[in-house]
Design a protein around this ligand. Sequence first.
Ligand SMILES: [Zn+2]
Length: 70
Amino acid sequence: MATIDSRRRITADRRDFLNYRVMCPFCQETVGPRFVTREHLDVQPSPPYAATVRCPRCKEEFEVIFAAGT
Ligand SMILES: [Zn+2]
């Protein structure tokens, strides 16, 4: 996997994301549900799910995969 691709896919605890404690991998801005552009319900191997997020500061898009309680 290329470097840019791995930066565009991060893993986060869902609760952290809901509480705006997840940082943009490009500029370290904190992001949360307000910046979701698309939700994915079909991410393997096991949902809950993932979401595409657009950073409000640097405008980069990346995918947040929600990990089970870390
Ligand atoms: Zn950013």
